[in-house]
Ligand binder design. Structure first.
Ligand code: BGC
Length: 416
């Protein structure tokens, strides 16, 4: 265990105080994400921990997961890592994670979390990760000035989207800001699938890979529509990050972005205000559904006597209502705890909470495929590859895409 001298405490008390250094591996590198991390840093500092941040660039976290695997194999995992979805189960199966049963019982996690959080974060009936939030993926972020100037209303359906996009194109404004990265394209693809054909289609195609649906006309049309979006984008070949894409919208260089509410964390960090500078609205055609993405911290087992105690202590801070309130107001998400007072949150977060509760009651709470919330990391990777290939290679036909999708569907059935 590493100890560092805490200069602030030294100044305050005049006596040197040793804080325990805790390394966190993550991919939170944008401005808003950094501000949220600072909340974690100060919450942990109060408990005598000093956060050592190891950022690995790349929205969605794919690169971070590769680095984590390499480090774990080399016997040098960090104390904490940001992990999402079924990946948590894989780490638990391999025996890398700390059992958080003690703190979960003490803080009554199961009763205070939505069921999806319990499912994702438990292994053999015990919590093995501390969830910190719920992000909604199916949002539309729209620059208010651009819409006002051109007397336009943000689209609520995909037909409206194409009408608005055509008008904006005539005025020389790209409708959509996006970076040509596997993960960003996959977010757009899943939001489009939901918006065009609804929750059942989304679930059957992107989570269950129902074979009869894979080859349906709807799936062919989904691919076609996805490609039709290209002319309405900022340079579709530019591999800009999601937060650079957000900046384009904030600056009015593009009208909209379709991404999760980490975008709101970014807009807030840049000083923009909802309903004054931008609108936060459900992605076209998705007002009744909620694609979720939960960020969890896995506490990696260390070869020290105090490893388990320390992990439970860290988790207690992460799941505390006070921290979750402060952190999520920065991050753009809503707390995972269902009893946090939402009054200090902004209108977008309040809308998200309402929509989450509604979707939960109406069976339209959907795990994000692009963020690997439900499908295995192998299948997610294959899907991201396929979506990326289809988008970037215009000679790759819908029929070829469908036959690739069939293979992805069959491989998982074969493997399970
Ligand atoms: C994470 C968010 C993060 C976003 C962009 C998502 O996978 O859940 O916490 O802000 O990626 O980096």
């Amino acid at each position: 265990m590493k100890h560092v001298l805490f200069a602030s405490l030294l100044l305050a008390t005049g006596t040197p105080t040793l804080a325990t250094s805790v390394e966190l591996l993550h991919w939170w590198t944008s401005k808003g994400e950094q501000l949220a991390l600072q909340e974690l840093e100060s919450a942990l500092e109060k408990q005598g921990f000093s956060l050592a941040s190891t950022p690995v660039r790349g929205g969605g976290g794919d690169t971070a997961m590769t680095v984590l695997q390499a480090r774990a194999i080399a016997g040098n995992p960090p104390e904490m890592a940001l992990i999402e979805g079924p990946g948590i189960q894989s780490w638990a199966t391999l025996g890398f994670v700390t059992d958080l049963h003690k703190v979960a019982t003490k803080q009554q996690w199961q009763a205070r979390f939505p069921d999806i959080a319990t499912r994702i974060n438990t292994y053999k009936g015990h919590f093995v990760a501390a969830p910190v939030n719920i992000h909604r993926v199916n949002w539309l972020w729209a620059n208010k000035t651009v819409f006002d100037q051109h007397n336009l209303t943000p689209p609520t359906t995909w037909s409206e989207f194409f009408l608005v996009a055509d008008t904006l194109k005539q005025k020389g404004i790209p409708a959509l800001s996006i970076g040509n990265e596997h993960w960003q394209l996959a977010v757009l693809f899943e939001v489009l699938a939901l918006g065009l054909y609804g929750s059942d289609f989304y679930r059957d195609l992107l989570i269950d890979f129902d074979e009869s649906l894979v080859s349906s006309q709807k799936t062919v049309d989904l691919f076609k529509t996805f490609r039709q979006l290209k002319p309405y984008m900022t340079d579709p070949s530019a591999t800009i990050s999601w937060d650079s894409a957000t900046f384009n919208v904030a600056e009015g260089k593009a009208a909209m972005q379709l991404q999760g509410d980490w975008v709101k964390g970014e807009l807030s960090a840049l000083g923009y205000v909802p309903n004054t500078d931008y609108y936060c609205l459900p992605a076209p055609g998705t007002h009744n559904a909620f694609i979720y993405n939960v960020d969890s911290f896995v506490l990696f087992r260390q070869r020290t006597e105090t490893s388990d105690r320390m992990a439970n202590q860290l988790a207690e801070t992460i799941v505390s209502a006070e921290f979750q309130s402060r952190f999520n107001q920065r991050k753009g998400s809503i707390p995972i705890l269902n009893d946090v007072d939402m009054s200090p949150f902004d209108v977008c977060a309040k809308a998200s909470k309402q929509q989450f509760d509604h979707a939960q009651a109406n069976d339209s709470l959907l795990p994000s495929m692009s963020d690997s919330m439900a499908v295995s990391p192998q299948r997610q990777e294959a899907m991201l590859e396929l979506i990326n290939h289809y988008f970037n290679d215009d000679s790759f036909t819908e029929e070829e895409a469908i036959s690739q999708l069939m293979k992805i569907s069959a491989s998982e059935h074969f493997g399970s």
